[in-house]
Design a binder for this molecule. Structure first.
Ligand code: SAH
Ligand code: SF4
Length: 370
């Protein structure tokens, strides 16, 4: 389906032949600067707006919406034209507004602790389907300006490489977003990291490490069998050398699995060599993985231990957990009873009737390197 988000300005102009020249600018500004839906660009005549929105129908239909943190965190399930479903999360903070987008419907990587991985792969998303998630969130966020986009929703962005690159390019060129505000999180597709480094795109890269010995990582992240830690390390070195940017590692702390002192030392050695920043995420519950996240005391100790070993580490919190909107919980469960209670039951998390307890921070946030 054609989408206005996939057009260059000259291509948009071709759809506005016969209209005054300035209409092109008006529509372009409405779409990209103001983030409006076509039918809401009131600077252009109604008939034209209607024609445009018929030519470029929206790619996303809201199938469900849930909110927590007093409305500061919102999650949508969107249905796509072929029935595939994806999830998008909007997080409002005092100093920024972040959207977490899906890059694929499902994911083929099969990480054992991740709800998306447990559910399997449906299909790739298009550039338009990813950008529309951003623009939809931007509209809800208004009058605040959406400031950050993180590719930490469903899917592996580097397994949908051309789309990820296309989206970042457009957000940079047409929405003036820069590297500090665009974060791509990857499970560690080594050759794609090297290729991405050479693109010269303004983005921050986060690598989901979770284990720094091959035996454990093979179990948590099956892709490690294809690109083991040493291979991944070389790709990270290339990223740093080529882009002169720091890298961050994500580490979901799993009780007894990767939160031991030994795991801490392995991580410190791996991350230290690359001078990478570490984002610690307490494991969020998912239905298919019956191991627990580390307790908050252990999370705290683990962070301090890393600091003592010379590695900068931040604990990311678990915003959205109560609505299964936190890291690794996105499985796009749509059903006949799309209530929060149903979602919780299906995801197998702890039942939380009524209002959700406040969660403090944010397990989606970009690993902003200090
Ligand atoms: N596929 C990409 C991006 C989406 S996942 C990637 O894996 O990096 C976004 C982040 O959530 C990743 O760091 C992932 O490892 C993490 N994650 C997955 N399942 C999780 C869970 N149950 N608890 C906490 N983090 C999880
Ligand atoms: Fe896919 Fe990332 Fe989940 Fe792994 S953690 S299954 S790569 S979405």
């Amino acid at each position: 389906m054609p989408s206005v988000y996939e057009l260059r300005i000259d291509e948009l102009a071709a759809h506005l032949l016969g209209e005054p020249r300035y209409r092109v600018e008006q529509v372009w500004r409405g779409v990209w600067d103001e983030g409006l839906a076509l039918e809401d660009i009131t600077t252009v005549p109604k008939v034209l707006r209607q024609r445009l929105s018929e030519t470029f129908p929206p790619a996303l239909e809201v199938a469900n919406e849930v909110a927590s943190d007093l409305g500061a965190t919102r999650k949508w399930v969107f249905r796509l034209h072929d029935g595939a479903t994806i999830e998008t999360v909007l997080m409002n903070y005092a100093d920024r507004v972040t959207v977490c987008v899906s890059s694929q419907a499902g994911c083929a990587m099969g990480c054992t602790f991740c709800a998306t991985g447990q559910a399997g792969f449906s299909r790739q998303l298009s550039v338009a389907e990813v950008i529309e998630q951003v623009m939809f969130a931007a509209r809800v966020a208004a009058p605040r300006r959406l400031s950050n986009v993180v590719f930490m929703g469903m899917g592996e962005p580097l397994a949908n490489y051309p789309v990820t690159v296309g989206v970042v390019q457009r957000l940079h060129e047409y929405r003036a977003m820069s590297a500090r505000h665009l974060t791509v999180s990857t499970v560690g597709v080594a050759p794609a990291i090297e290729r991405l480094a050479a693109e010269g795109l303004p983005l921050t890269l986060a690598v989901s490490l979770h284990a720094a010995n091959d035996q454990t990582r093979d179990e948590l992240v099956p892709l490690n069998r294809r690109y083991p830690l040493e291979r991944l390390y070389r790709a990270c070195e290339t990223w740093i050398a080529t882009t002169s940017r720091r890298l961050s590692f994500e580490w979901a702390l799993i009780d007894g699995v990767n939160d031991t002192d030994q795991a801490m030392h392995e991580l410190a050695e791996y991350a230290g060599g690359l001078r990478a920043h570490v984002n610690l995420i307490p494991l969020n519950p998912t239905p298919g993985y019956l191991v627990r996240g580390s307790g908050s005391q252990r999370v705290h100790e683990f962070r301090l231990g890393l600091e003592e070993l010379g590695v900068n580490a931040t604990v990311r919190n678990t915003r959205g957990r109560s609505i299964d909107a936190a890291c690794g919980q996105l499985a796009a469960v749509t059903n006949a009873h799309p209530t929060r209670v149903t979602l919780r039951a299906l995801h197998g998390g702890a039942p939380e009737a009524g209002s959700a307890p406040r969660q403090q921070a944010d397990s989606h946030e970009a690993g902003q390197t200090p």
